[in-house]
Design a protein around this ligand. Structure first.
Ligand code: ZN
Ligand code: ZN
Length: 452
């Protein structure tokens, strides 16, 4: 998922949140609120002490993962490395879940079950950071050779995931329950989470009561960024072809003009956004590509359009998809043309953080990190497939951590720093890694109290 942390730094006071939370979130609030008091500063100091012992090991793990990135569903070395780390900790490890996915179970007595998720995959691109541990790896991707780089920061998530497991093992006296550490394949193609669920994840490992995931972004290192409700968008691609009847540009009566249909569609489709959708709800339809014709005096046979649809709310999404379908068909009907060929290609579903769980987790972050715990003012426009676990019924908090030191930010002198998916994206290992470990371990311990 690109640029969650970037969004965290772009305050937009005009944004409003017209989010209707499911009733389950409200009911959950009572459960979370009744948990035994959690001594956050004491737990933070214990986690910090555990981290200090693991610091060099985890930094070495991060640099190793960074230097050996693998593409979606090809993450065999990465998965084996994580499995080895978790087995060494004594966790019950299952490999090959949904392809290359790893599930490591940490049991510590009776209590709720918490899911902690990382991604395994890197991106088909060349790293240009010049770091001593920069990737030089190449791999096959969609039929050709490409460079591979961890330019989204999933290597940081993996190192923090292992670090959180080590901290929780070291702190077993402070919590009770079960933690399912999940390393999923191929987040960048928004298909790895679905692959694990299709491989009977819930039937085999049980339904977690809570879930947490984090993403590194270009914010201030040491910072933790959270937001209740919608965090990322639903993303759907659309591909539309109008078919007419080609002919001479001087004889339109002998043709059916697909360029006219496409042109009307581009204009009329915006009426769904402006006239049918609730104006307070977020929704975008963009037609980014039109291809038709070859010469000014030839009416072509077909016109092809490509676009993207972004929404936060499932109901708004469906309304827009239905509207696009209707408007496309209407254009063809108006021209007495055959029905258009229309395909929606689903991308990521919106990540919607559980309101009550976010509130209690935010309280822990504020106690642990003070003013470095910051509420994100608006959702990001990126998409992310952790939403598959949420939609399957795991109330969750997906939060962000920053990655640039104050020195780096000062040196940039106001110029934008590289964001996720940039070939120059280079998180500072510290305090980024320590922040990820501490935030994740505390978020988990908070929902797994030792009953008095
Ligand atoms: Zn990404
Ligand atoms: Zn990502």
């Amino acid at each position: 998922m690109p640029a969650t942390g970037g969004a965290a730094h772009r305050a937009n006071k005009t944004m409003t949140f017209a989010l209707l939370l499911p009733a389950a979130a409200v009911l959950l609030g009572a459960t979370v609120a009744s948990a035994a008091p959690f001594d956050v500063p004491a737990a933070r100091d214990s986690v910090t002490a555990a981290f200090e012992k693991d610091r060099s090991r985890l930094e070495a793990l991060y640099m190793d993962l960074h230097a050996h990135p693998e593409l979606g569903f090809q993450e065999t070395r990465t998965a084996a490395r994580l499995a080895k780390e978790m087995k060494a900790l004594g966790l019950d490890v299952t490999e090959g879940v949904g392809g290359t996915g790893v599930v490591a179970v940490l049991r510590n007595g009776a209590g709720p079950t918490v899911l902690v998720r990382t991604e395994l995959d890197a991106l088909p691109m060349k790293e240009e950071t010049g770091l001593p541990y920069a990737s030089k790896v190449t791999a096959q991707w969609e039929g050709r050779e490409t460079f591979v780089a961890h330019s989204c920061g999933h290597d940081m998530h993996m190192a923090a995931w292992v670090g959180a497991a080590r901290a929780l093992v070291a702190q077993k006296a402070r919590w009770r329950g079960t933690v399912l550490f999940v390393a999923q394949p191929s987040e960048e193609t928004v298909s790895g989470a679905r692959a694990m669920i299709a491989d009977r994840f819930f039937e085999r490992f049980g339904k977690p009561d809570y879930g947490f995931a984090l993403h590194v972004g270009p914010g201030l290192a040491g910072g933790v960024y959270y937001k209740p409700g919608v965090l990322s968008s639903n993303s759907d691609a659309l591909e539309l072809t109008f078919t007419g009847r080609g002919g001479h540009g001087s004889m339109p009566h002998a043709t059916i003009d697909p360029v006219l249909m496409a042109s009307r569609f581009v204009v009329d489709v915006q009426s769904i956004v402006s006239r049918e959708k609730d104006p307070a709800a977020f929704g975008v339809v963009t037609i980014g590509a039109i291809q038709a014709g070859s010469a000014g005096n030839i009416i072509p046979e077909t016109a092809q359009l490509k676009g993207t649809i972004r929404t936060y709310d499932a109901g708004v999404r469906q309304k827009i998809l239905d509207g696009v379908t209707r408007v496309a068909k209407a254009q063809a009907d108006m021209s007495a043309a055959p029905p258009p060929k229309l395909e929606f290609i689903p991308g990521g579903k919106a990540v919607v953080n559980d309101a009550a769980l976010t509130a209690t987790t935010a309280d822990v972050f504020k106690q642990a990190f003070g003013s470095m715990a910051v509420e994100i003012p608006q959702p990001g426009s990126a998409s992310e497939d952790y939403s598959e676990f949420i939609l399957a019924g795991v109330p969750s908090v997906y939060f962000a951590i920053g990655s640039y030191t104050p020195e780096t930010m000062k040196a940039a002198a106001g110029k934008p720093l590289p964001v996720n998916h940039s070939p120059m994206f280079a998180p500072a290992i510290q305090p980024t890694l320590q922040t990820g470990v501490t935030a994740m371990a505390l978020a988990v311990m908070n929902v797994l109290p030792v009953e008095p």
